[in-house]
Design a protein around this ligand. Structure first.
Ligand SMILES: [Zn+2]
Ligand SMILES: [Zn+2]
Length: 283
């Protein structure tokens, strides 16, 4: 859990100082706190999602990706409890009444938030406090700071949300059935079964690994995505991770040694021309 208390007191102190400089700094502290809230969720999810799978980097987009791919409850409010007594060994599957009859001890509460709302505050704070207005004419003044009243009002809104989220006592790393596989690099990749879609590409969570896999729903398997390359010298077939090729820019190449004859093989993207020649009958 991140401790937001020192940040909250700091923001409150800056608001009390009530100068253009202090409220501007308070806005920056609010933005950093929002980033910490979102990135902490990401840190918890790191066994389940690869950096490559995060297509957008704004804090609220990261949380939205986590909800779609890691845990549908990543930003929800709930309390987690544990039963005082375990189910006796060998007992029949418990019914709803059995669960309700048990004594539960609360472990903690995760306080949720709306990623869109947090994203809007994050953008709004920057717009008012971290940029100054562009002059629209020669007579317009170029100010040192933004509008102090507007910044204060946005900081107050953000602070209320940060305080609310800081009351959580737990952050869950998700619930639900899990499937996992070991990548050829040795990293164990885990995913929530309910969030996997047929044909979905999974990038290995190891940031130094280029492997990726296609999920096949019918047999719940993960197939390695590769390019099959046949050595022109000895005919050995070598497969290289597809992502290595997908990441290549048009002016780059990769090379590796053939597994059969050790000769270097080069791979690069090339424009290819295709043309349909008319048959004599069509001409
Ligand atoms: Zn890997
Ligand atoms: Zn070869």
């Amino acid at each position: 859990m991140i401790n937001l208390e020192p940040t909250i007191s700091q923001i409150e102190k800056l608001l009390r100082e009530n100068t253009a400089a202090s409220v501007t700094y308070a806005a920056l502290e609010c933005r950093l706190a929002i980033e910490r809230i979102c990135y902490e969720r990401l840190r918890l999810a790191h066994d389940y999602i690869s950096h490559e799978d995060l297509r957008k980097w704004q804090p609220s987009d990261i949380v939205k990706t986590l909800i779609q791919e890691f845990d549908s409850k990543a930003a929800e409010t709930f309390t987690l409890s544990i039963a005082r007594e375990p189910m006796p060994e060998g007992s029949p599957p418990p019914t709803r009444e059995d669960y309700e009859a048990k004594e539960w001890i609360p472990l903690g509460t995760q306080v949720g938030f709306a990623p869109n709302k947090l994203g809007k505050l994050w953008n709004g704070l920057a717009k008012l406090a971290l940029h100054i207005e562009i002059p629209t004419s020669k007579d317009a003044a170029v100010n040192q700071y933004g509008d102090i009243q507007a910044i204060k009002s946005k900081v107050t809104q953000a602070l209320a949300e940060i305080k609310r989220i800081s009351e959580g006592t737990l952050m869950s790393s998700g619930m639900g059935e899990e499937v996992s596989f070991e990548c050829s690099c040795g990293s164990r990749n885990k995913r929530r079964l309910e969030l996997l879609k047929d044909g979905q590409t999974i990038n290995c969570i190891n940031p130094d690994c280029n492997e990726s896999y296609d999920y096949v729903q019918s047999d719940m398997s993960f197939g390695r995505r590769t390019f099959d390359i046949i050595c022109r010298a000895c005919g050995t077939s070598c497969d290289i991770p597809k992502r290595m090729v997908e990441k290549l820019k048009t002016d780059q190449h990769i090379h590796f040694d053939c597994e059969g004859c050790r000769e270097a093989i080069y791979v690069s993207w090339r424009p290819t021309q295709a043309q349909r020649t008319k048959s004599p009958a069509e001409a």
